[in-house]
Design a protein around this ligand. Structure first.
Ligand code: HEC
Length: 124
């Protein structure tokens, strides 16, 4: 009996999951991209640094500007602003955009994923 209940609950959760992904907005899609690719190293909580700096309010923020985070020399010398276009290029291939960056991430190759992610970061 308990087994049947458990299985029943599993089906309900699975259906709820499908319903959610079916009606997902761009923001939800971006959040999923963030959870899968960035969360291991980045927090979206203001001033909360992990392996990488907090990404709260990163859009239009000057590069390497969180004073409590120790950036690589490479990113400090990059000296720019995280506009959507620059962030898009960086996320596509971090090492190509900022050679020597300490962000060990191969890049998000899918432009649609990058666009959803940037929309999500913009809304934080
Ligand atoms: C393996 C850990 C790791 C992963 C995964 C990672 N990052 Fe980073 N990120 C870092 C580190 C470390 C830095 C600092 C780079 C430096 O100083 O050169 C950084 C820096 C950044 C910066 C510059 C922030 C600033 O204040 O100038 C942005 C933007 C960024 N990451 C976005 C992302 C996004 C978006 C993702 C997911 C697609 C991601 N990162 C995935 C570790 C990571």
């Amino acid at each position: 009996m308990i087994d049947v209940l458990r299985r029943g609950a599993g089906v309900v959760l699975a259906v709820a999951g499908l319903a959610m992904s079916g009606g997902a907005s761009a923001g939800d899609a971006g959040q999923t991209v963030f959870e899968r690719n960035c969360r291991a190293c980045h927090s979206i909580v203001r001033m909360q640094n992990r392996v990488g700096p907090s990404l709260f309010g990163v859009i239009d923020r000057p590069t390497a500007s969180i004073s409590s985070f120790e950036y690589s020399q490479a990113l400090r010398s990059f000296s720019s602003v995280w506009s959507e276009a620059i962030l898009d290029a960086f996320l596509g291939d971090p090492q190509a955009m900022v050679p020597g960056t300490s962000m060990r991430f191969p890049g998000l190759k899918d432009p649609a994923e990058r666009a959803a992610l940037i929309a999500y970061l913009k809304g934080l």
